[in-house]
Design a binder for this molecule. Structure first.
Ligand SMILES: Nc1nc2c(c(=O)[nH]1)N[C@H]1C(S)=C(S)[C@@H](COP(=O)(O)O)O[C@H]1N2
Ligand SMILES: [Mo]
Length: 355
């Protein structure tokens, strides 16, 4: 069992369940250090002994399985570098406010994940033609606001996403055993989707002939503002929206006039980033930033641009990303009741002042 990690590099929003975000200057790395990866747990993290643990696989399959931790370690492994972002990231920037953890922008990190492709396990189990979705249940349980009782964390994922070899039953993060707070012994990793689907502390897998529904699956949906009408479409939260964040300078910085480099990261679940523009004059003009080439299919891309801070007084620094599917970040994200997938343009107020 890995030691309880120290959260010294994280901004702790809640102790138990643990919710802790990244400080934005720490985004300036290719891969987040494991102890600097954000944490979002709905319930207390369970303490699991991997030798007492096994993973039953049942449902619409021909061969029921019960995989031990060692069975999984011995199966063919696969690695993927993947960004994870909580669907509630940047919720605190949405107006009017939405209920939930009031994340600033720090619920995003990148890790190198290693594990067994879910597809490998499903092939061993032998899918029946009726199989369409797979339910992943966590061992952790508790009550949620509006849950009306105790429940486990659980989420089903459609087969199409699971048959991609990059969707993993992960046991390592950055070359180390998965830490307790990130789902030891085994978690699901669904690259390209918001974090809610990457179920931690897996307890069982059930192959279904329909999406499961269930509390968390129904909660991670875009419930739009209806303005009194009830015909607005409710959609499930899945792929990451195009987004970028300025990592330096930090919000509220007081800078002496001079030359600076504005830095940040950009990502999308819908292809790679093709352009990041930066505005330092309150949306009057936008300049193209220097952009790192994509690293694999699921990571972030760093950008930077030089800036002469000559105008004394208050300024807003803004960044706007475009992805290869042509999606551009909006000035205002679409408002929704749960405050999910907020990807509005990141605006960083700073002051230029002679010292
Ligand atoms: N079992 C379980 N899995 C879970 C959660 C949870 O509370 N319990 N939280 C989900 C959410 S909302 C996110 S954003 C990611 C966060 O993963 P991390 O804590 O490793 O960053 O895990 C997901 N998987
Ligand atoms: Mo999340």
């Amino acid at each position: 069992m890995p030691d309880q990690e120290s959260n010294a590099d994280l901004n702790v929003l809640s102790e138990d369940p643990l919710c802790a975000g990244v400080f934005l200057p720490n985004l300036d790395v290719p891969i987040s250090p494991t102890e600097g990866h954000f944490i979002r747990s709905h319930f207390s993290a369970p303490q699991i002994n991997s030798s007492d643990w096994s993973l039953p696989v049942t449902g619409e399959i021909n061969n029921a399985l019960n995989l031990s931790y060692d069975d999984l370690l011995k199966m063919p492994s696969h690695e993927v570098v993947s960004l994870m972002e909580c669907a509630g990231n940047s919720r605190s920037t949405m107006q009017p406010p939405a209920e939930g953890v009031q994340w600033d922008n720090g619920a995003v990190s990148v890790s190198r994940w290693k594990g067994v492709s879910v597809r490998t396990v499903l092939e061993q189990a032998g899918l029946k033609p009726s199989a369409t979705d797979v339910l992943f249940e966590g061992i952790d349980s508790g009550t949620e606001p509006h849950s009306g009782g105790k429940l486990n964390y659980a989420m089903s994922v459609p087969m199409e996403k699971l048959l991609n070899e990059d969707t993993l039953l992960a046991y390592e993060m950055n070359g180390e055993t998965l830490p307790k707070d990130h789902g030891f012994p085994i978690r699901l990793l669904v690259p390209g989707w918001y974090g809610m689907a990457s179920v931690k502390w897996l307890d069982k897998i059930t192959v279904l002939d329909h999406p499961n529904g269930g509390f968390h699956e129904m909660d991670y949906r875009i419930y739009p503002a209806t303005d009194g009408k009830n015909d607005a479409e409710v959609q499930r939260v899945t792929s990451l929206k195009v987004k970028s964040l300025i990592s330096t300078p930090a919000k509220g910085s007081v800078l002496a006039p001079g030359s600076y480099t504005i830095k940040g990261v950009a990502w999308s679940g819908d292809g790679h980033i093709t352009e990041v523009e930066v505005s330092t004059d309150d949306d009057r003009s936008w300049l193209e930033a220097k952009l790192e080439a994509p690293q694999g299919n699921y990571s972030w891309q760093h950008f930077e641009i030089d800036w002469e801070a000559n105008n004394l007084g208050h300024s807003l620094l803004r960044c706007r990303a475009t992805d290869s599917a042509g999606n551009v970040q909006p000035m205002f994200a679409t408002w929704n009741f749960r405050g999910y997938q907020v990807n509005s343009i990141h605006s960083v107020p700073i002051t230029v002042r002679k010292s």
